[in-house]
Each structure stands twice: as structure tokens, then as C-alpha cells.
Design a protein around this ligand. Sequence first.
Ligand code: NAI
Ligand code: A1CAB
Length: 272
Amino acid sequence: MDKTIAFFGAGNLAEAIIAGITRTNVVTKEQVLVANRSDKARLDLIAEKYGVTCKRSKEEMVQEADIIILAMKPKDAGDYLNWLKDYIKPHHIVISVIAGLSIEQMEKTLGEDIPVIRTMPNTSALIGQSATAISKGSNVEPSQLYLAEELFQTVGTTKIVDEAHMHTITAIAGSGPAFFYYMVEAMENAAVEAGLDRDTALELLTQTVIGAGKMLESSGEDPEQLRINITSPSGTTEAGLNQLMENGFDKVIKACVEGARKRSVEITNGQK
Ligand SMILES: NC(=O)C1=CN([C@@H]2O[C@H](COP(=O)(O)OP(=O)(O)OC[C@H]3O[C@@H](n4cnc5c(N)ncnc54)[C@H](O)[C@@H]3O)[C@@H](O)[C@H]2O)C=CC1
Ligand SMILES: O=C(O)[C@@H]1CCC=N1
């Protein structure tokens, strides 16, 4: 890809994407420019680890960039967009990974003529396994959308979606890995309480999650059928599932997804 990519924000998510795009050589390291607001040590670490360029001024970065990636927290996005609007040109493509920041909000500040793309990746980008949803603004050419897909395909799979679904997608795919990690933590703790050593528990759980994910991906069965296949009548799985059902698992998960989704709506509405 003959494009220069400027990251504004060098946090966890930016690092995951930088790791992916530098690993796959979709652009050269020199074509990746990174800025952070204040944490210089963090920037030095990113420069050392990935060989990307972290020494340009923010103004120079915008001038050199073809693609500008917004990777700061939602609360910092407004100030940054207000700054960017004086430097941005219609040849730039702006890609946001920020939860709750709408295309309308970006276009309103930057101008209707600026191509703006909203995405929702997750931190599995670090190992090339993100599930990234992508929505395009009103001024995005098919070739520009393709470029965004190409970029995020270096860190996993991509799916073009209607922006209206971004709140839900942020809950299940952006935040989603954290919910699975929490479930693994809970299962690990339960196994340890029952006397298994932590390392063995985590090793077995990790492969169990990987195996289940790969079955979902490639067995051709839906999750319900895969669950049924494991559940022998009067067996151990049935006994465990009964506990989940009796203790309101479905309700808890629904509340979890709804809580995350609602928070995304609140962020869009400017709530702290
Ligand atoms: N962490 C995750 O799993 C995911 C995060 N996101 C989104 O990615 C964004 C970043 O999240 P994290 O990386 O977790 O946050 P983080 O807090 O680790 O990193 C954000 C960085 O942006 C920097 N920053 C703030 N204002 C800046 C500016 N004007 N110019 C340059 N840098 C600036 C901060 O100094 C900080 O280092 C958030 O908006 C979040 O909604 C999206 C999907 C998943
Ligand atoms: O928790 C957050 O707000 C971000 C967005 C999706 C995942 N992490």
C-alpha cells in the first residue's frame, strides 16, 4: 500500500493495529507515523518495538499522511478534531477507532468534503485476530473504503456494516474479548477452588476457548447445535448448563451487552 498512515493516540488499541500492519508489511515502517498526547516514554517504546516514526510534529504528520487514524479516548476526540480541522484536506482519509464517535460528529467538525470512516476493531489485532466492523461516511469513495478494509484485514477480519449497528457491535466485538476473558477468569478461579493448580487450569481453558472458537468458525454448525453435541442426557454438561440457566446466565449476558451498548450511546451523546 503506497500510503502514509498517521496514528494520533498510541495506546493499547493503536499498538495492536501498529503491530498488525508492521508485521504484515502492508506499508513500510517509515510509512507509519505515531503521536501521543503526552506520554513520551510510551512513544519511545512503540518506536523501538515496531520501528515506526514517532518524532514528527503533529502538523508534519498530517501534511505527510494519506490516512489519519484517530485512536485517542472518546473524551479527547473533540479537542483533537477541532485542532485537525485547520490542517485536514479532502485528499486525506480519516479513520476512527473511537467508541461512540459518530460519523456525523466527525463530518460536522472536519467538513462534509472530508472522507471519514468509522471502525470498531478489538485488541486481538495485536495477533492479527481482530473482528473489525467498518462504516463509511457520506464522502467516501469505494476505493477509499477498500483501502480501509485492506488495512484492517492485516489485523484480522472485516465486515462493512450500517453505522446504526455500531453501538451493538462495540458491545459484542469491541468490548467482547473482555467479556470472554472475564468468563475464563471465573472458570479458572472455580477450578483453582476445586484444587486444580492455576497454570494447568489456564492452559486447558485457553485451548478449550481456542478450540471452541475454531469449531464456531469451521465446523459449519451453529453455536446451539455445537452446545447440544456436547450435552449428553443426564451428563456433566447438562448439570453445568442447568446451573447457568437457573442462575440467570441469559439475563446477565443480555444486561452486559445492553450495558455496553447503552454506554456507547451515552458517549455519542456527550455524557461523561
Ligand atoms: N482498547 C480496546 O479494546 C478498544 C479501544 N477502542 C477505542 O480506541 C480508542 C483508544 O483506546 P485505548 O488504546 O484503549 O486507549 P489508551 O488510553 O490506551 O490510549 C489513548 C492514547 O491517546 C492519547 N491521546 C489523547 N489525545 C491525543 C491527541 N490529541 N493526540 C495524540 N494522542 C492523544 C493518550 O495520550 C493515550 O496514550 C478509544 O477511543 C476506544 O474507544 C476501540 C476498540 C477496542
Ligand atoms: O471500553 C471501551 O470503551 C473500549 C471500546 C471498545 C473496547 N474498549
